[in-house]
Design a protein around this ligand. Structure first.
Ligand code: IMP
Ligand code: MG
Length: 211
C-alpha cells in the first residue's frame, strides 16, 4: 500500500489515543485496524512462500515487537487451519541507531541466541520500518555469516527516502512519505510505543521528548 506525499491523514479527533499524547501529534497516518488487516494479508503471502520449510522468526526489537507478534499470530492461525503445519522458532535481537529523529552512524546489535545454531534454516526477519536501509544492511551482513538456507525480510513500513538505492524488503505493509512516525511500537526516544495508531509527531512533541 502506497501512502502518497500529499495524503493528509486522518484527524486525531476521529480516534482514541492516550491522553498523555494530546498536543504532541500532527495526525493519524495509519489507523491500528488497517495495520492489523494489512498484516493478515502479509501473513498469507508469507505462508504461501514458505513451502515446507520450518522457520526461525527473528524479531528486531524494540520497534518490531507489535508487528512481529501480530504477524506470528496470523501465521499460526493460517497454519492451524491448513494441511501443512509450519513449525516456528522465535528469537529477538535489538538494534539502536536513532538519536531524537536522526539516524546515527554507529549501530549496536544486542541479544539473540547463538545464531550459529541456526545454520541451514529458513529465516524470517521482522522489522518495524526501513528508512535509509542502513540498519537492514548491517543486520543482513551479520546474519549471512551463519549461512542460513534463506533469509526473507518483512517490514511493516518502508520510508520513501532520498536514497535511490534504497533497500526493499521482501514483504512490507506500507510505503510512507519521508516523515518521522510513531506508534504501534515505533518510538521517539522511547516514547509513543504505547500508541496504537501510526501517527506523525508534531514539533511540540519533538521538543517535549527531545533528549
Ligand atoms: P534506517 O537505518 O535509516 O533504515 O533506520 C532504521 C531504524 O531507524 C529503524 O529500525 C527504526 O528503529 C528507526 N526509524 C527510522 N525511521 C523511523 C521513524 O519514522 N520513526 C521511528 N523510528 C524510525
Ligand atoms: Mg527507535
Amino acid at each position: 500500500i502506497q501512502i502518497s506525499d500529499n495524503w493528509p491523514g486522518y484527524s486525531l479527533d476521529l480516534f482514541t489515543y492516550p491522553q498523555h499524547y494530546y498536543g504532541d501529534l500532527e495526525y493519524v497516518l495509519i489507523p491500528h485496524g488497517i495495520i492489523v488487516d494489512r498484516t493478515e494479508r502479509l501473513a498469507k503471502d508469507i505462508v504461501q512462500d514458505i513451502g515446507d520449510n520450518d522457520i526461525v522468526v527473528l524479531c528486531v526489537l524494540k520497534g518490531g515487537y507489535k508487528f512481529c507478534a501480530d504477524l506470528v499470530e496470523h501465521i499460526k492461525n493460517l497454519s492451524r487451519n491448513s494441511e501443512r503445519f509450519i513449525s516456528m522458532k522465535v528469537d529477538f535481537v535489538r538494534l539502536k541507531s536513532y538519536h531524537n529523529d536522526q539516524s546515527m552512524q554507529d549501530m549496536q546489535i544486542m541479544g539473540g541466541d547463538d545464531l550459529s545454531k541456526l545454520t541451514g534454516l529458513f529465516f524470517l526477519l521482522y522489522k518495524d520500518i526501513v528508512g535509509t536501509g542502513r540498519t537492514m544492511k548491517v543486520l543482513l551482513n551479520n546474519i549471512e555469516k551463519y549461512k542460513p538456507k534463506m533469509i526473507k525480510v518483512a517490514s511493516l513500513l518502508v520510508k520513501r527516502t532520498s536514497q535511490p538505492d534504497g533497500y526493499r524488503p521482501d514483504y512490507y505493509g506500507f510505503e510512507i512519505p519521508d516523515l518521522f512516525v510513531v506508534g504501534y511500537a515505533l518510538d521517539y526516544n522511547e516514547h509513543f510505543r504505547d500508541l496504537n495508531h501510526i501517527c506523525v509527531i508534531n514539533d511540540h512533541g519533538k521538543t517535549k521528548y527531545r533528549v
